[in-house]
Every structure is written in structure tokens, then in C-alpha cells.
Design a protein around this ligand. Structure first.
Ligand SMILES: O=C(O)c1ccc(O)c(O)c1
Ligand SMILES: [Mg+2]
Length: 647
């Protein structure tokens, strides 16, 4: 063998075979140049070059190689090589010739690994002996070039569609240049137990591709080509899968191979950054499953929401305060040095920040009066900050004034902030930062409103492009779990909704996104210039009393139509008087079938930007009143500006 060639392969193998993060070019939007740049910028050490991305590129392979060298990344896999094994007659020779041409190309790209996916051709023969012979022949050719071939079972392969079958073939081929490629989508979509990976020695795994996916009942090929997403964004057990791979001793890259229509239209920088985050998350989660040491602190689910901060100045701040008061909140504190007030009811803290400079001012200019930050209670804020840094989540520090922060903060996905409040230090923090105002007189509104308790959940409306980013952020950093996913019917289109919550249910979020241009979610995004928190749901002990009190204080509450209450009578057997009473209060109702109940009441929106909900949970009701969401949207829709309605 010529030495120069061997050295090249050896150095290529050295740089691309160690444990690192990789991404397939098919996962990213844009030209091949844009994809490579986005991957490098996000911190990936290597890429899988997807054949079509190269074929469609104006760059010659040598130019691609030079560009990768400039960017400091490598090509760790060339893929896919299709319809190879078990071909009849002359097609077999064609497949071998085709492989030789691709090996030439791989030398130009300076990559030493190729993916052969199981044959999908109608011509493919299923005879095992022939398949084994073909792969062995390919192994000889690959070995002569210093190339490693990985055989991947596509979930819809004609004869081989299960990694256990692929492994049994590779084992029989028994050639040093032939190994297996594992792809989590193909394995987990078919519900193949991940423990089966224990049969495979780590050094026979040539490459590992990872993708999560929402749990859909769908044709495998269609599901795979359009709905894959990043580990932590779907419903497959990626940590369990990766744990089994690491257990084999596999030392190669973990690589994202995400076929997803949305990713193809989202900025490649965002997908690449999220992708890197998702791999850090899944590697860490897998190591924890194995009981191995990890470099980063574990996810800490928030113990609750300590406060919600609104940015509003001047007359907006005055109107917002009046809105809070009408909902039963009292102003109980003023910041010692800033134009910030603290409002409280039960254990719920709302903050109005009217500072004329800094982050809150910029946020206000862009988004209008809005929720610019939330404060979450955690046990150990410093550990959360370290985990965030490892996941590429930026800390927030006010320009030029580091160390002046009362509590640490992180950038959220949409640009709002997430403050971390240590659970045992919350009261001391408020006392230090805020001067208390006179407490309300006994018997005042604030007293009767003491039946109000805590923040039940926070709801965000986000751009469709960012819907999965938000999920990854909250799952990877804080260990939230995905719960109800719903499609809600808005009068102007469909809204996707996803609930996330801490394992103990103390901290909950719901995310909403819509593609339709005129849904309330979409109009919020247009009006508020981007995604963010849109509503705050607050628990109370007696929602009928809260409904009466808010109205008595003149709060603008959302009216629910009479038809809804006729339907409640029909569905749940309420008597008419009870239904009319609920109608007067604008109270919506749901039951879960096990006798647990949910009652909810909405305020009108403030400048069409955000609103409040009171909820009374009866028993262990775990949802968010999903059957009522469409009713609420229809009611809010009636308050659209007349010119918008006339469109
Ligand atoms: O959908 C496909 O054709 C395809 C190709 C290559 C892969 O690695 C894969 O997982 C799927
Ligand atoms: Mg694959």
C-alpha cells in the first residue's frame, strides 16, 4: 500500500473517529457552504455529507474539503449508498462499480466512512447468502482504500429493516472493513428493544445517527422523512438508546440525522445550535442512566414560579397596575433603587419594571408592554448556571455592570429572561431589594382575595420555528417532561399546543404555535413582535367567588357564550341554575372522567398582548382544560379590531 495514502486515512480516522458531536448536512437549511459553516459555528467537529447536498453543490469535492479544513471540521461519513446488496445479475456489477466511484469521491473529500443503507429496490433479492457475499466483496474493495463501510437497516428496507437483522448479517460477513450503523429512528420507530444493542461489540459500530420524533401513527418512511426532530424534542427514548451504545464501548461520533420539513425552513444557525445542545443533553442523560460520572450538574426541575416580570412604562405602567388591582393584586413593595414595583396576591408575585434603560427598555421597545422575564425557584442556582453553560445557554448580565445582579439570569429562547431564585433565599431577596409598602387593611379586597394561591402555569406563544427550541430548552436545562400535546382549533386556523411540566407537577408551561397567519397565536406574534409568555394562570380555592370579586372590582373578564353552557348542561348534567351562574362568572369547566375537575376564568387581554387565567383544580385533574381552548379562542376572537374583522 502506498504510504502517503495510508497516512491520510490514518489521520482522517484519528480526527473523525473519536467521541464527538456530528451532524448530517441533510439536517440543515441552505447551500452546502451554509450548512458547513453553521455546523462549524455551532461547535460540531464533523459532518456527515449527504449525497444530494454534494451533487447539487457548485463546489467540487476538493473545494468542499478545503472549505472544511478552513472551518476546522471534517467529513466523518459519506451517505447514503443505496440499493447495494442482493441485486440480481448485471445490477450487481453496476452496484460494485458505483461503489468504486464513490470511494474515489471519498478520497477527494478526505473521509473514510460510508453508510450503506439496506436495499429498498423492488429488484432486491432477500437471499441471505448473496447479501453476505456482496458485503464481503465490498469489504475487500473498501479495505484496499482504507475505508470503513457501515451497514444501516432502514425501517422500511425491503428485506432488512431491523438493526438485529443487520447485525446478524454483519457478524456473518466478518470482515474488518464492514460494520454496522445504528440510527435511533429506525430502531425506536419499530419499537426494537434497545437492550438488543448489547449483542454488538462497540468496535463493530461504524457510526451512530440520532433522531427523536413525535409519536405519530404513520407510515414509517413518511414519518422518518418529514417528522424527525432533535433528541429531547420528541417522544422516543433517546437517553436509553444512547446509554446502550455507550455501554458497548463505542468511541465514535454521535451524529444528528434529522429529516424535517420545518428544519429545512428554519435558520441553519438555530438548528445547529439546538442540535449541539441536544447532543450534550442526551450524552449527559445516557451517562446518568449508566451511573457514570458526567461533567455537568443534573437537570433541576423548578420548584415553582417565584415571579412574573412585566415591562411597562409611563401610562402603560399605570394602566397595568390598575389591571393588576382589578384582578385582586396589591402593590406591596417598591424597589429601593429602580422604577420597579412588586404586586402580590396569595403567593403570586407580579413585577412591573418601568426602568428607562437597559434590557427592559429594549424589550419594551420591541415587544410593547409585555412579560419580559420570569423567575423560577430552584435549589441551587449556581449549578443551573453551570448546566446552562454546558448546553450553550447564555447567561444574562447587564451591560457593563456584571456582578450587580440580585440573582443570576439566563437568556430564554425568545429573548426574554429566566431568573433563578434560590428557594430558601426568596423572602430575603425581596426584603433586600424592595421596600415594603403598608399592608392592606383587614377586610380589604386583598384580604378576600387570599383565596388565591399560586402560579398554576405559564403559557407562551412562540414562532413555529422556535416551538421545538423552547421544548428542548426547558427539557434539557430543567428536566421538564412533555405532557399533553393538542391541536386546538382557533377560528382562523390550527394551533399546536404542548404542555411541559416538572416531574412533580409544581412547575408547568404550555407552548402554543401556529402556522396559520390569522390565529390569535399568530396575531400575538405579529403584535408582540415575536414569541414570549402570553398568559399567567393562577390557582384559587373558589373560582365562583373569584369570578364575583374580579367583576365587582371592575376587571375586564372574558365573556363566554350561552351556547357553551347549554352544552355543559347536556354533557355533564349541570342544572340550569348552576350553568347560568357559571355563565355570569364566565367560568369554563372540564372533567377528566375520574371525577377530577377543572374550572377556569379568563381576563380580557391587556392591549391584545397578554392575559390572566384563574383556575380551580378539583382532585388530581392534570390537564389544562384543552376542550375549552377553542371556546376561549373564539371568545377572544370577538374582540379583534374592527378593521381586522372587515379584512
Ligand atoms: O430516508 C432515507 O432514505 C434515509 C437515508 C439514509 C439514512 O441514514 C436514513 O436513516 C434514511
Ligand atoms: Mg440514518
Amino acid at each position: 500500500m502506498p504510504n502517503a495514502h495510508n497516512d491520510r486515512i490514518a489521520s482522517g480516522a484519528r480526527n473523525t473517529s473519536g467521541a464527538h458531536n456530528a451532524i448530517a448536512t441533510v439536517s440543515l437549511r441552505g447551500t452546502l457552504e451554509e450548512k458547513l459553516k453553521a455546523a462549524a459555528d455551532a461547535g460540531f467537529a464533523s459532518v456527515e455529507i449527504f449525497e444530494n447536498d454534494l451533487i447539487g453543490s457548485a463546489l467540487r469535492p476538493a473545494q468542499v474539503r478545503a472549505m472544511m479544513a478552513d472551518l476546522g471540521i471534517r467529513c466523518s461519513l459519506y451517505q447514503p449508498f443505496r440499493d447495494f446488496e442482493g441485486m440480481p445479475g448485471p445490477l450487481r456489477q453496476r452496484a460494485m462499480d458505483r461503489a468504486e466511484r464513490k470511494f474515489d469521491l471519498m478520497a477527494e473529500l478526505d473521509t473514510d466512512r460510508i453508510l450503506v443503507c439496506s436495499n429498498c429496490s423492488p429488484h432486491a433479492l432477500g437471499e441471505r447468502e448473496r447479501i453476505v457475499d456482496d458485503l464481503r466483496d465490498l469489504g475487500e474493495r473498501a479495505a484496499a482504500r482504507g475505508i470503513l463501510v457501515g451497514y444501516e437497516a432502514l425501517a422500511w428496507g425491503r428485506h432488512v429493516n431491523d438493526h438485529r437483522a443487520a447485525w446478524s448479517i454483519v457478524k456473518e460477513v466478518d470482515h474488518p472493513a464492514i460494520g454496522i450503523i445504528l440510527d435511533s429512528f429506525h430502531s425506536l420507530s419499530r419499537r426494537i428493544p434497545s437492550e438488543s444493542i448489547r449483542e454488538i461489540p462497540g468496535d463493530k459500530i461504524v457510526y451512530v445517527q440520532l433522531a427523536d420524533a413525535p409519536l405519530l401513527d404513520m407510515d414509517l418512511l413518511y414519518w422518518s422523512r418529514h417528522f424527525r426532530n432533535l433528541p429531547g424534542q420528541g417522544g422516543l427514548d433517546l437517553p436509553g438508546y444512547v446509554a446502550e451504545i455507550l455501554r458497548t464501548g463505542y468511541q465514535g461520533p454521535l451524529s444528528l440525522e434529522i429529516f424535517n420539513d420545518r428544519f429545512r425552513s428554519t435558520a441553519s444557525r438555530l438548528v445547529a445550535q439546538d442540535g449541539h445542545r441536544s447532543l450534550e443533553y442526551v450524552r449527559d442523560a445516557a451517562r446518568r442512566l449508566l451511573g457514570e460520572p458526567t461533567d455537568i450538574p443534573p437537570p433541576q426541575p423548578p420548584l415553582g414560579a417565584e415571579f412574573v416580570e412585566f415591562t411597562a412604562a409611563g401610562q402603560d405602567a399605570v394602566r397595568l397596575g390598575a389591571t393588576f388591582a382589578s384582578l385582586g393584586f396589591s402593590e406591596i413593595g417598591r424597589h429601593r433603587t429602580k422604577k420597579v414595583t412588586r404586586w402580590r396576591q396569595g403567593n403570586v408575585n407580579l413585577v412591573i419594571n418601568a426602568e428607562p434603560k437597559g434590557f427592559v427598555k429594549s424589550y419594551r421597545i420591541v415587544h410593547g408592554p409585555s412579560i419580559c422575564a420570569i423567575g423560577v425557584r430552584v435549589k441551587d442556582a449556581e449549578a443551573v448556571m453551570r448546566r446552562a453553560a454546558a448546553l450553550g445557554i447564555r447567561a444574562y448580565s447587564p451591560e457593563g455592570r456584571p456582578g450587580r445582579m440580585a440573582m443570576p439570569a439566563l437568556r430564554g429562547v425568545g429573548g426574554s429572561l429566566v431568573y433563578l431564585v434560590e428557594d430558601d433565599g426568596a423572602e430575603a431577596l425581596w426584603a433586600r431589594e424592595f421596600e415594603a409598602r403598608a399592608q392592606p387593611e383587614p377586610g380589604s379586597d386583598a384580604e378576600t382575595a387570599a383565596r388565591v394561591r399560586d402560579i398554576d402555569h405559564l403559557a407562551a406563544v412562540v414562532h413555529n420555528d422556535e416551538f421545538l427550541s423552547w421544548q428542548l430548552y426547558w427539557r434539557a436545562l430543567f428536566g421538564l417532561e412533555g405532557r399533553d400535546a393538542n391541536d386546538v382549533i382557533d377560528p382562523s386556523g390550527l394551533v399546536h399546543s404542548q404542555a411541559l411540566q416538572s416531574p412533580d407537577g409544581k412547575f408547568r408551561l404550555t407552548l402554543n404555535a401556529s402556522d396559520a397567519r390569522e390565529t390569535l397565536s399568530s396575531r400575538f406574534l405579529a403584535q408582540g413582535m415575536g414569541g414570549g409568555f402570553q398568559h399567567v394562570a393562577i390557582t384559587c380555592d373558589d373560582i365562583m367567588a373569584t369570578a364575583a370579586e374580579t367583576r365587582a372590582r371592575g376587571a375586564a373578564m372574558l365573556e363566554i357564550p350561552a351556547n357553551y353552557y347549554d352544552d355543559l348542561v347536556a354533557r355533564f348534567g349541570f342544572d340550569d341554575a348552576a350553568a347560568r351562574h357559571m355563565q355570569q362568572g364566565g367560568v369554563l369547566y372540564d372533567e377528566d372522567g375520574a371525577g377530577n375537575t377543572y374550572r377556569q376564568l379568563y381576563s380580557r387581554a391587556f392591549d391584545k398582548l397578554f392575559f390572566f387565567e384563574f383556575v380551580e383544580r378539583g382532585g388530581t385533574y392534570a390537564g389544562y382544560g384543552a376542550p375549552n381552548a377553542g371556546i376561549r379562542l373564539a371568545a377572544q376572537n370577538r374582540f379583534r379590531a374592527p378593521e381586522a374583522v372587515a379584512e
